[in-house]
Design a protein around this ligand. Structure first.
Ligand code: SF4
Length: 407
């Protein structure tokens, strides 16, 4: 009766499927405009938080949805594929390219040696998908889960994060001692790298030359590990489990191929791993602890803090301290580098050298720091930038937080 009173029966439902094409042009994001309800949360993340300006309302007559200007394919834009739009989209109009079926296919193939590596930020988030308290550290359970899924080798990306630190710290020390270009910028976040390439092409000599930990691990597996195990690298499949959507695009960069082979074959996000575990009928919360395979020794505590903003630069400073002083560091905690403010700075005294360090998380904050460097106002020697708010812990592939976060 109320509907009749309000004349609702006279309103024609026009929300039917419109058959707008699904954009699968990129290796990272899928855009399905038919599912867009114009809430424009993705647009807020893209324009106000990340300042990339890719997503905005596209209108054609009475038809409106969110997408790139001129309805370009995502691959033809300067999108960084950080995936923060996916993290806040309530309908699946934006989602990550899902290759989990390819991982299952490779795991079933007896001719393939399939190994997995897992990033630091995954172990504190995956438990959420199985009713565990957010932040529960489940490193050992992950190792057990991977073995039950059928992986032939189970590796911890923490080890490769240590490798990244050695490389980045040696580049920092080299630039300090030999008068190289400063500040040095971390380069382990692929969304940040793409942002930098598109938005600051005049400053490409500043970032460190290091690959990200997942790519370093992939190349070690397809070279050192392959030789040690006597396996043709062509028969090895490397799967990365990451908090990150941008890493799906990173593995396709041609300069990161090794002898024509992908260093990493598939990237699975934390969320997708949760779905795979459910598909396999594995109740993650009840798994016993297992062990990772040991590729070249243990990883350090410095690699674990990579997952949070400030962690990469703190790890690099710990190593740089050792090298610049020739002494063992007694207190490894550089608490002045920690925190959640979007842009922060800290001074670290290493004997007679005072290192001025900048940290930014979220690309909008990164832009502020980069513009100050461009104007010549910046006195930092080293800067860490992570594209996602909070660092990888807030990655676009982590369990959905429905946009409820501190920025
Ligand atoms: Fe990926 Fe981490 Fe960069 Fe986010 S901050 S894009 S999760 S590497």
């Amino acid at each position: 009766a109320l509907a009749q009173k309000l004349a609702i029966h006279e309103i024609t439902y026009t929300g039917e499927k419109k058959d707008r094409p699904i954009d699968k042009s990129s290796f990272a994001l899928v855009k399905d405009p038919d599912k867009c309800v114009m809430c424009r949360r993705c647009e807020t993340m893209c324009n106000e938080v990340q300042t990339c300006g890719i997503l905005s309302a596209v209108s054609r007559g009475f038809d409106s949805f969110v997408g790139p200007a001129f309805n370009l394919d995502m691959v033809d834009t300067s999108c960084t594929f950080c995936g923060q739009c996916v993290a806040v989209c309530p309908t699946g109009a934006l989602s990550a390219v899902n290759t989990t079926h390819k991982v299952w296919t490779d795991l079933q193939n007896p001719k393939k040696h399939v190994v997995v590596q897992v990033a630091p930020a995954v172990r504190v988030a995956i438990g959420e998908m199985f009713g565990m308290e957010p932040g529960t550290i489940s490193t050992g359970q992950l190792a057990t889960a991977f073995r039950r899924m059928g992986f032939d080798g189970v590796f911890d990306t923490d080890w490769a994060a240590d490798l990244t630190i050695i490389e980045e710290a040696s580049e920092l020390v080299h630039r300090i001692e030999h008068g190289g270009k400063l500040p040095i910028l971390t380069s382990c976040c692929p969304a940040w790298v793409r942002f930098f390439e598109y938005q600051f092409p005049d400053m490409l000599d500043i970032p460190s030359t290091c690959k990200s930990p997942q790519m370093m691990m992939g190349s070690v597996i397809k070279s050192y590990y392959a030789e040690k195990m006597g396996i043709d690298p062509k028969d090895i499949v490397v799967v990365s489990v990451m908090p990150c959507i941008a890493k799906k695009a990173e593995i396709q960069r041609e300069e990161l191929f090794m002898d024509g082979l992908h260093e990493v074959d598939w990237v699975v996000t934390t969320r997708e791993l949760g779905y795979m575990l459910r598909e396999a009928g594995i109740d993650f919360s009840t798994l016993p602890d297992g062990e990772f395979d040991n590729l070249l020794g243990e990883s350090t505590g410095a690699s674990v803090i990579f997952g949070a903003t400030g962690g990469v630069i703190e790890a690099a400073v710990r190593t740089a301290y050792d090298w610049l002083t020739g002494e063992d560091l007694q207190d490894v905690d550089f608490k002045q580098l920690r925190g959640l403010e979007g842009v922060r700075s800290a001074k670290v005294k290493i004997k007679d050298i005072e290192l001025n360090i900048g940290i930014a998380h979220g690309l909008g904050n990164a832009r502020k720091l980069l513009e100050s460097i461009r104007r010549g106002e910046c006195e930092f020697q080293a800067i860490e930038i992570m594209a996602c708010p909070g660092g990888c812990i807030g990655g676009g592939g982590q369990p959905f937080h429905h946009g409820d976060m501190e920025i």
